[in-house]
Design a protein around this ligand. Structure first.
Ligand SMILES: [Zn+2]
Ligand SMILES: [Zn+2]
Length: 301
């Protein structure tokens, strides 16, 4: 080996060593300095957490997809994080449903996204709530609506949205990154945390249980699920077991409140329930929202 060749090899190795150390340092600094977290899952798909419902993303050289937007400040953080990796326009923005912690940041994507897709009821709910609160000017509304199913190819990925009827609201989409086999569930799963059940937006606990049954049937063992919210100590990424656990929580909630109603208990008495039998992983604050929604649903004519 000539000394020149050896010199080049040594330099190349040294260069690589230094750049690896730099990357590690840089990653460490990023993690400490940002209020948000970007976590890759599989292929080019991952999730973003800061404040509000978990955001899903796909960042590849030939396609950018964002699912949900938290609030304007968080959406801006996500856009900055994406810009570090890609300068292309967002191909596809999706809302899983209308709640403000999932659509509040839409406005940050104005002018930099292609389609903005949601279920037709999600847009209707978003408009209704925004107008009631004088927040219409702060909204960016979906421009592409679907009823049962919607699908698009983005780069190498196929993104398919499905709707199985009312659940957390009456406009919840399940968003499947098919090749990566990752599904964004929106707020269809609250992981070991008491759910918000939005009766003002057509929620149905009974059908929610069915929606989760369908999700367990159509996706497989290998599917990774992005979940809207989780309690402390539990993750916003789950498997079918987590879907099943939450489905069981909803079933037991209906069973317990239903039995109390049958036994002649008043709504005030039902509201005194402090735990759902057989669902002891659900604890802490927030059970009242479950009880009032179940009572309302079971006594509706
Ligand atoms: Zn949410
Ligand atoms: Zn929600």
């Amino acid at each position: 080996m000539t000394s020149r060749r050896k010199f080049i090899q040594t330099t190349a190795l040294t260069g690589l060593g230094i750049s690896m150390i730099h990357t590690q340092l840089f990653a460490g600094i990023l993690e400490q300095d940002t209020p948000y977290k970007m976590t890759p899952l599989r292929n080019n798909v991952g999730f973003f957490t800061e404040r509000g419902g978990t955001i899903g993303w796909m960042i590849s050289k030939d396609g950018l997809v964002v699912v949900d937007t938290q609030f304007p400040e968080q959406a801006q953080h996500l856009i900055e994080a994406i810009r570090k990796q890609s300068g292309r326009q967002i191909d596809l923005l999706i809302n899983t449903h209308h709640h403000g912690d999932h659509t509040g940041g839409n406005i940050a994507f104005k002018g930099i996204t292609g389609k903005l897709v949601a279920h037709e009821n999600s847009k209707r709910n978003q408009m209704r709530v925004a107008e009631a609160n004088n927040q219409a000017a702060a909204q960016l509304y979906p421009d592409t609506l679907f009823d049962k199913e919607w699908s698009a190819k983005v780069g190498e990925e196929v993104v398919t949205l499905k709707y199985f009827g009312p659940a957390h609201t009456d406009g919840d989409a399940l968003v499947h990154f098919e090749n990566s086999n990752i599904v964004h569930m929106g707020d269809l799963v609250f992981n070991r945390r008491y759910p918000y059940i939005d009766k003002t937006a057509g929620a149905s606990i009974k059908n929610w249980i069915e929606v989760l049954e369908k999700a367990q049937k159509i996706y497989d063992k290998d599917t990774q699920f992005i979940l809207g919210h989780a309690d402390n100590g539990f993750g916003v990424i789950g498997t079918k077991d987590d879907i099943k656990a939450f489905q069981s929580y909803l079933s037991r909630l209906l069973d317990q409140v239903g039995a109390d109603i049958k036994a002649g208990k008043s709504q005030d008495e039902v509201m005194k329930i402090t735990a759902i039998k057989g669902a002891d992983q659900w604890k802490g604050d927030g059970i009242a929202r479950s009880l009032s929604a179940a009572y309302e649903e079971l006594t509706a004519k």
